[in-house]
Design a protein around this ligand. Structure first.
Ligand code: MG
Length: 202
């Protein structure tokens, strides 16, 4: 399986990092060794002094697909959850400045905590709100209606380049409010007011 992450899919987050709002979806990959399941703790890696949380809606692909048309994209997922796209921001800024790939900033071990899956039917029926609580305080709040590219546009776009397979995960981008994590932080991800993810930073 592969993990596909969309970058800059909420205008307010692109703005907070001084990035241009993209005209087509931007995506990158993480390996399966990035995943943290069952609320496992996250260990800050030694190679960064500025790891940020990015709370994202995640969907799981449930059938094989290539060149999927937008109008059929809803048939390719049935479950969703909350995930974190941990980012070594200092390393990423350096990669960007030097035109280098992002893997050491984005794809390190444990960089993709994944919550408990629930049915994606509510998402197919309307927009959903989600939020990240950091040590009990609201830190990020998102609404899927603010996505620059919809879930269906994303699925269609990715599948032009890569075959989507059962079990593949798509992290759909983060809203504003990203911040540095410190040892001892507790991050909780809620979707539609339901707690689906909890991650302790060590
Ligand atoms: Mg992200």
């Amino acid at each position: 399986m592969k993990i596909i992450c969309i970058g800059r899919n909420y205008a307010d987050h692109a703005k907070e990092l001084n990035n241009a709002v993209p005209t087509s979806p931007l995506f990158f990959l993480k390996p399966d060794t990035s995943l943290l399941r069952n609320n496992a703790p996250f260990f800050i890696p030694n190679h960064s002094n500025d790891v940020h949380h990015e709370l994202e809606l995640v969907i799981k692909i449930n059938r094989l697909g290539k060149h999927i048309e937008e109008r059929f994209a809803h048939k390719y997922y049935s479950e969703m959850t909350m995930g974190l796209d941990f980012t070594a921001r200092d390393v990423q800024q350096n990669c960007k400045k030097n035109g280098l790939p992002w893997e050491i900033a984005k794809a390190f071990d444990g960089s993709a905590p994944l919550g408990k899956f629930v049915s994606a039917e509510p998402l197919k029926n309307g927009d959903l709100k989600f939020e990240l609580l950091k040590n009990g305080n609201l830190q990020q709040s998102g609404d899927t209606r603010d996505m620059i590219f919809s879930i269906h546009q994303i699925i269609s776009y990715i599948s032009k380049f890569m075959t989507l397979k059962i079990g593949d995960l798509i992290y759909t981008g983060t809203p504003a409010g990203v911040s540095k994590v410190e040892k001892g932080d507790i991050l909780v991800g809620k979707l539609d007011r339901q707690e689906l993810l909890s991650c302790k930073v060590l």
